[in-house]
Design a protein around this ligand. Structure first.
Ligand SMILES: [Zn+2]
Length: 208
């Protein structure tokens, strides 16, 4: 509790002190972010830190392993899509970013087989939705020591494909009103990669 209170007091003295008018504006007139980001719940990959976003700039939803379930998976998995639907249909964001990351515990869990025992708990059931991504990579004959990163990248691509299974997303993408973007963050070096049109992840220069 003390950590929370100290953190809040530090925010009031520092970040908030410089953004008081912004908070008032946002509180009184609502949010109008252009970008939605789906990230992992992992405490090391805070999207607003990585993209240096101010309050009101980025609509963020985070879950274990930054996954988007496909439309046909059923209502058990609708939580993340509630956030996507709100961001797209109500707020009107023009970009959705799915950001994976290095050393993802959720991905490691899937690789180690947690998703093969979906009755084992909420995490297991959640991860079972990407068992097929793991199967696909196993079939390529990929080396064990390359599986983790390959899964982290491929699950982002899969989530982007899954977004396109929803009619309201597909319609907006095809009309040009919405762009889908894959991203990947390496924690140790704080490096960002963005996916190109072919799904290949390319390093972003850290100096602008
Ligand atoms: Zn993660």
């Amino acid at each position: 509790m003390e950590r929370l209170v100290k953190g809040y007091q530090s925010f009031r003295a520092d970040g908030y002190a410089h953004q008081k008018e912004l908070y008032e504006e946002l509180g009184l007139h609502g949010q109008h972010p252009d970008i939605m980001l789906i990230g992992c719940a992992d405490s090391r990959v805070d999207p607003t830190d990585i993209f240096h976003a101010y309050p009101g700039q980025m609509f963020v939803a985070r879950n274990v392993a930054n996954l988007i379930p496909p439309d046909d998976l059923g209502d058990d998995y609708c939580c993340t899509m509630a956030a996507v639907e709100y961001a797209v249909s109500v707020i009107g964001v023009d970009m959705i970013v799915v950001m994976g990351h290095e050393s993802c515990g959720g991905i490691a869990g899937c690789v180690s087989g947690l998703g093969r025992q979906p009755e084992g708990g909420y995490v297991n059931k959640w991860l079972s939705q990407i068992n097929h991504v793991h199967d696909r990579l196993v079939e390529t004959g990929i080396a064990d020591n390359e599986m983790q990163e390959a899964m982290e990248l491929e699950s982002v691509r899969q989530s982007l494909r899954n977004l396109m299974t929803y009619d309201f997303i597909q319609e907006r993408v095809e009309s040009g009103a919405l762009t889908l973007q894959g991203a990947y963050f390496s924690i140790v070096k704080a490096e960002l990669k963005l996916a190109d049109d072919t799904g290949e992840f390319k390093l972003v220069e850290p100096d602008g």
